[in-house]
Design a protein around this ligand. Structure first.
Ligand code: PAF
Length: 281
């Protein structure tokens, strides 16, 4: 497995793949990898001849510099995991090359970035699309893999690629779950025994919402059902429940009538957990 630190070196490696007529699948990450990332890598192997992973803790998507400084990092462990998954090359650039002195160009989905999760983290999705566009320019992959767990991010990146007519296929990858249904997350290790059991309320309430779908419930009915289920679990508190059109993330009035995304965030003990499901009537 090769490791490239400069833009020039990763471009050279990718150009050599192209010369051999090989396609490239890209896995974007900020490092500190877990099973969810490994699933993205496995899917990348399925769609592309070569798999490129980037590890870059992107400063522009953090609101506070403290959060950026506190972001966990373990490059040696990450590289060992990627090597074991047969990754071809890892790109780990320095921030000064990605954001050259005096950088002023941004990429933003003006509407989709400023709704839902974007309202609580202003500027976050602008930071994501800006860095993703830069890496797409550097690597020019055929495919790029994004987890469905960060559902709004996935839809925003798809919209950016469509709007900017980038010849890249964005592949959404299903959330990896523990056997009992809990979505995998690096945060799960912070759940004590009782909280770990209580955390099942996320997938259970989404199962329940999915079972209601054929009856074409309204958004309010779905929200009430989810809120009532979560309230029965004393260790859990529902923090957010957004139900929107699956592709545009637009608000829905009245009964659901097409693919609908449900995004929930639930505080379980000390940990804020998220989960998501797309349902159809
Ligand atoms: O999902 C992430 O880890 C990040 O938002 C991404 C896509 C790597 C951009 O920094």
């Amino acid at each position: 497995m090769q490791v490239c630190q400069s833009v020039a070196s990763i471009r050279k490696v990718v150009a050599s793949y192209r010369l051999q007529g090989e396609s490239v699948a890209l896995v974007p990450t900020m490092g500190f990898l877990h099973e969810g990332h490994m699933e993205l890598v496995r899917k990348a192997h399925e769609v592309g001849d070569r798999v490129v992973v980037w590890i870059f803790v992107n400063p522009t998507q953090f609101e506070k510099s403290d959060d950026l400084a506190a972001y966990p990092r373990d490059l040696d462990r990450d590289l060992a995991m990627l090597k074991a998954e047969g990754v071809d090359v890892v790109f780990t650039p320095e921030a000064y090359e990605i954001y050259p002195e005096g950088s002023e160009t941004i990429v933003e989905t003006t509407h989709m970035a400023n709704m839902l999760h974007g309202l609580v983290r202003p500027g976050h999705f602008r930071g994501v699309t800006t860095v993703v566009a830069k890496f797409f320019n550097i690597i020019q992959p055929d495919f790029a893999m994004f987890g469905e767990k960060d559902y709004q991010q996935l839809q925003i990146v798809k919209r950016m690629v469509r709007d900017l007519i980038m010849p890249i296929e964005i592949v959404g990858v299903q959330t990896v779950r523990e056997r009992d249904g809990l979505a995998m997350s690096s945060r799960n290790v912070r759940l004590g025994n009782e909280d770990r059991k209580a955390a099942l309320i996320l997938s259970q309430s989404l199962d329940h919402a999915e079972a209601m779908a054929p009856t074409r419930p309204t958004v309010t009915e779905l929200q009430n059902q989810i809120a009532s289920l979560v309230s029965k679990e004393p260790r859990a508190k529902l923090e957010g429940c957004d139900i929107v059109a699956a592709e545009s993330l637009a608000k829905i009035d009245g009964p659901i009538d097409g693919p609908t995304a449900i995004m929930i965030s639930v505080q379980v003990g000390p940990v804020l957990l998220i989960d998501q499901r797309v349902i159809s009537p």
